[in-house]
Design a protein around this ligand. Sequence first.
Ligand SMILES: CC(C)(COP(=O)(O)OP(=O)(O)OC[C@H]1O[C@@H](n2cnc3c(N)ncnc32)[C@H](O)[C@@H]1OP(=O)(O)O)[C@@H](O)C(=O)NCCC(=O)NCCS
Length: 155
Amino acid sequence: MTVSLLPVTRDNVRAVCELRLAEGQEHLVAPAAYTVAEGNYEPDAVLHAIHLDDVVVGVLLVEVETGVPYLVRFMVDASYQGRGVGRQAVELLVEELRGQGWVSVETTFVPGDGSAEGFWRRCGFRDTGRTRYGEPVYVRDLTGEVAEPVPPSPG
Ligand SMILES: CC(C)(COP(=O)(O)OP(=O)(O)OC[C@H]1O[C@@H](n2cnc3c(N)ncnc32)[C@H](O)[C@@H]1OP(=O)(O)O)[C@@H](O)C(=O)NCCC(=O)NCCS
């Protein structure tokens, strides 16, 4: 099974918009259809469908507003979570951004119940100590070879 990042096109846009979160995850990330819409109006945004072979299983959106790429949306469909798809998609994005000459990428997440903090830590992100719109800002350095996953924080 191969994970790939592909453009959102007329062929896969419906499948992207129909991506679903698990019950109780709705507060963590905006609906996929919003991500598709916003990605089309954000200057310099990178909008990718996450494919597992030929099935659309997720979506991500990167904005470049402040001089550092900001991964503003990232979701894997509820039916495909917990299989390593998210981690592989992050690595593909990291390779793409590194290839474009970026040296770091930032993300934020909704803290609390069901938070993706542990996922970002497993993907080599660390806390900057800053917040953006009240959410913690985590950063992944792109200059090293392979990220050493950081164990999840206690609790
Ligand atoms: C968070 C999300 C993107 C993770 O994708 P995924 O494909 O399920 O994650 P993976 O299977 O690649 O997991 C990679 C590692 O992170 C861990 N992990 C995944 N989600 C986690 C979470 N919410 N909390 C703690 N650890 C998590 C996995 O256990 C795995 O750990 P391992 O290194 O021990 O194997 C996905 O669950 C999702 O879309 N969640 C709802 C929306 C959301 O929170 N998006 C993030 C917005 S900031």
